[in-house]
Design a protein around this ligand. Structure first.
Ligand SMILES: [Zn+2]
Length: 400
């Protein structure tokens, strides 16, 4: 059995594959390891040689942590038992959750049949993030302030954009908690999510179920008849949902939601392309955040010495990842959000929206009105020694 030299995993070597309890003990150790190493997910993949390859995603990147030589199917079966799935069905994908964890970490299990047997992924939703508010997100001070102003408004849509894994849901939860804490009188707060990642006291949270016809659009229509004041909608996926979200915002509701779009200005363009009228986008939107997460340099980093270290980027200072025992030799520890905040009411932005200007024009107007774009945020983070040029290229996909 080969494993990486991590303390919790050392115990894996001493487990006896012939023991009746082998699968039970392996699963317990792997889940413990995933939780302790702040992993967002754990992947168990049979490789065709009767081995199970085990990976953890930490700070957005997959790391191979072990290769377990035998009883691969027993280990996946054990996970299925914990998640209350059908162990005798190995030919269809299944999803479930592990109940009764003591530390507030929600764990969702999904299995998928492959030619080499079932693979399984456990997603871990960190319990430690459940009390974050906007001020705890490590956003730049100007963006935090802008968000607080938006959230103090009685109605409108706050749109958070970015790719999967960019921290959008964490931002939505923080916004929801902020609204709840600032409310002077009790307010009706509801959410439609897929999946529910964290429980927020005082919020009526619902999990949509598209297979049963309970989509975001259907859920929103029903929920609005109950006249909630604040709605969190996991994601705008289609025109129908976008229309209801904006109608709700114009009729006195506050809506927090996410949208797949690269930059903030691009989200405006996509809403217009979906057929939402420009005046509705302008008057319905509180603001748009576009965010990414880059890995934060560990204190073992060193100063960039050469042009190669800076990869040709025009930065005044830069640091390079090194690696030590504190950061599992990755050179990074934790993550840092990069975020741009577009205000549709800002001078120039609103008029650009109303005349259906293209994305570049909207972005130019927003920057002239004071928006600091993601590219400038990442350069500032590199120059402050918080992250590296390599991370900027990996996450933003831009070369300079
Ligand atoms: Zn280090």
């Amino acid at each position: 059995m080969t494993i990486s030299p991590t303390r919790q995993l050392d115990r894996l070597i001493h487990l006896d594959p012939k023991s009746d309890k082998f699968a039970v003990d392996v699963v317990q150790l792997l889940l413990e390891h995933a939780r302790q190493s702040r992993a967002s997910d754990l992947h168990l993949i049979p490789n065709g040689q009767k081995q199970l390859e085990v990976f953890c995603r930490i700070d957005g990147l997959l790391q191979r942590i072990a290769s377990i030589p035998s009883a691969a199917s027993n280990i996946v079966s054990r996970l299925k038992v914990l998640a209350e799935l059908l162990t005798y069905r190995t030919d269809v994908p299944q999803e479930g959750r592990i109940r009764g964890t003591t530390d507030g970490v929600e764990m969702r299990v999904s299995t998928f049949p492959t030619v080499h047997g079932e693979k399984a992924v456990v997603r871990l939703f960190a319990g430690s993030q459940q009390y974050l508010e906007m001020g705890d997100l490590s956003f730049p001070a100007d963006v935090t302030l802008r968000c607080q102003e938006w959230l103090a408004q009685p109605q409108g849509v706050l749109l958070v954009t970015g790719p999967a894994g960019a921290g959008k849901t964490t931002t939505l939860y923080a916004a929801l908690r902020q609204i709840q804490r600032q409310s002077l009188t009790p307010r009706s707060l509801c959410s439609l999510e897929d999946p529910i990642e964290s429980l927020v006291p005082g919020v009526a949270q619902s999990q949509i179920n598209p297979a049963a016809g309970f989509t975001y659009e259907v859920g929103l229509k029903s929920l609005l008849r109950q006249d909630p004041e604040v709605l969190m909608v996991g994601e705008i996926r289609d025109r129908g949902t976008a229309e209801i979200v904006f109608q709700a915002s114009l009729t006195g509701h506050q809506v927090l939601t996410t949208f797949h779009a690269g930059r903030a200005a691009e989200a405006c363009g996509r809403l217009l392309d979906m057929g939402i009228e420009p005046y509705i986008v302008k008057s319905g939107l509180l603001g748009i955040l576009s965010q990414r997460l880059v890995r934060r340099l560990c204190s073992c980093s060193r100063a960039a010495m050469s042009e190669d270290d800076r990869m040709g980027w025009p930065v005044t200072h830069a640091r390079v990842a090194v690696g030590c025992s504190e950061c599992d030799n990755t050179g990074y520890k934790g993550r840092l959000p990069l975020v741009e905040a577009l205000d549709p009411q800002a001078v120039g932005v609103g008029t650009a929206l109303l005349r259906r200007a293209d994305v570049q024009e909207i972005e130019k107007a927003a920057i002239e009105a004071g928006m600091v774009p993601l590219q400038r945020r990442v350069v500032a983070a590199i120059e402050a020694g918080q992250t590296t040029v390599q991370e900027a290229i990996r996450v933003l996909g831009i070369a300079k």
